[in-house]
Design a protein around this ligand. Structure first.
Ligand SMILES: Cc1cc2nc3c(=O)[nH]c(=O)nc-3n(C[C@H](O)[C@H](O)[C@H](O)COP(=O)(O)OP(=O)(O)OC[C@H]3O[C@@H](n4cnc5c(N)ncnc54)[C@H](O)[C@@H]3O)c2cc1C
Length: 401
């Protein structure tokens, strides 16, 4: 039993790990040349050296994720534990009391305290740290870097995976974890297209002591969002979303244009970000969602299956859940077609539901009309916090908890 996973992002590495646990031989191919590197890179949580600028040669399609924070909900940690029960748990930085969602005047709209108290809050980590943990658990020798897949051809019993360098990989199963713009999505369902949602996001890491924030959580404006989260080891993660409109617009590496006049610590974070450049990416969705995750011997997983999640930090957790369910399906069914059908039947409705909920939440973020923003903020500020906590957890539908 031999599988090729295309893409060594979190989804592909988790899939490789799950496949190995189910008894498959695995090759994880990635077009990037550093995806088999499990050495510590720049890590804002543990160093005060400058974080190197990311390679922006192709940021619109494959942002360099090395210096990016990622939010993981408890469900994502549970999936990691399932995939690697003996791995050391990833460290989590606790949210300071009083964290939450604020409006631009600093009024608390949604407190994180009830989520924190019930153990249901997300934790933010450098994405590269999660990637390296998965890579070590999988074994870097299973990852083939600099292998750009350009297509697949199925025979009755095998699949040929063709790479740009002319190498063909013959295999019994292909897991497409090559992101929302991957070449393999259309092989399974040719309807979904990546659509720009009129906004851009910036994601950065700052070393310990560089900025001491007055608040943690998110601040919502009129179509803009600014997030600040503690990192394990004392560093700081931040992200910003702004309604930048035209996807072709040339944008500055740091979003002063939208956030320079925001309350502290936003201007201080932006100033520090000049030395620690963030990753910038367009906010996009895959529309419509796929009607199937599987065709023949090809299975979609992670962002390749449903696009990157625009808000709520669901992308990584959903990709990890895909990998867990794929492993369980392969273990439970002796026939590959039955296992893949089970994966599709269990995972697609769950994950598509989660994707739709993130779009709804994104719509709340994107409100720009002053009246609509006042109504949103007024409702949130005056609703009982226990009720909001329940709505948030319900909106996450068990996927975040
Ligand atoms: C800047 C940024 C911030 C994010 N923030 C969050 C967050 O806070 N919370 C959250 O849950 N999620 C977040 N995400 C999304 C999250 O990282 C992903 O949803 C998750 O990592 C799963 O991604 P993936 O492995 O499916 O795809 P990706 O991470 O996109 O990996 C795809 C891989 O496939 C490779 N590839 C693509 N095409 C080919 C090809 N033709 N041949 C070979 N290899 C190929 C790429 O090099 C890449 O390594 C963020 C993503 C980015 C980029």
């Amino acid at each position: 039993m031999d599988a090729v996973v295309v893409g060594a992002g979190l989804g592909g590495l988790a899939a490789g790990l799950g496949l190995r646990r189910a008894g498959w031989r695995v090759r994880v191919l990635d077009q990037a040349d550093d995806r088999a590197d499990d050495r510590g890179g720049t890590d804002a949580a543990h160093t005060d050296t400058a974080i190197t600028a990311t390679d922006t040669a192709d940021t619109a399609t494959t942002p360099d994720i090395a210096d990016t924070p990622v939010a993981l909900w408890p469900g994502a940690f549970a999936a990691l534990e399932e995939l690697c029960p003996r791995c050391e748990p990833l460290p989590r930085a606790p949210w300071p009391p009083g964290s939450g969602v604020f409006d631009r005047s600093g009024r608390l709209l949604v407190s994180f305290d009830p989520l924190v108290a019930s153990g249901a809050a997300p934790a933010v980590l450098p994405l590269d740290e999660v990637r390296r943990g998965l890579l070590r658990a999988l074994g870097p020798e299973h990852v083939v870097p600099s292998a750009q897949v350009i297509g697949v051809r199925e025979t009755s019993t095998r699949v040929v995976v063709r790479c740009a360098d002319g190498v063909d990989h013959l295999t019994g199963l292909v897991v497409a974890a090559d992101g929302p713009r991957g070449v393999l999505g259309p092989e399974v369902d040719d309807r979904p297209r990546v659509r720009h949602l009129g906004a851009t996001s910036w994601h950065g890491l700052l070393p310990p002591g560089r900025v001491r924030p007055e608040w943690h959580g998110e601040m919502w404006g009129r179509g803009e969002v600014f997030g600040v989260a503690p990192l394990p080891g004392g560093g700081l993660a931040w992200y910003a979303v702004a309604p930048t409109g035209d996807p072709g617009r040339d944008l500055a590496p740091v979003p002063h244009e939208w956030f320079a006049r925001w309350p502290a610590p936003v201007p201080e974070i932006l100033a520090a970000a000049e030395d620690h450049p963030p990753v910038q990416r367009p906010v996009e969705g895959l529309f419509p969602l796929p009607r199937r995750y599987v065709r023949g011997r090809i299975a979609l997983l992670g962002d390749a299956a449903r696009g990157a999640s625009p808000v709520l930090g669901q992308g990584a957790g959903q990709a990890l859940a895909d990998a867990v369910i794929l492993e369980l399906a392969l273990r439970a069914k002796s026939r590959l077609d039955e296992a893949l059908a089970a994966y599709d039947q269990v995972r697609r409705p769950q994950a598509n539901r989660a994707a739709r909920r993130t779009w709804l939440a994104a719509a709340l973020h994107r409100l720009r009309h002053p009246v609509a923003v006042d109504v949103r903020d007024g409702l949130l500020a005056h609703a009982p916090q226990w009720m909001i906590g329940r709505v948030v957890l319900r909106a996450l539908g068990g996927i975040g908890s």
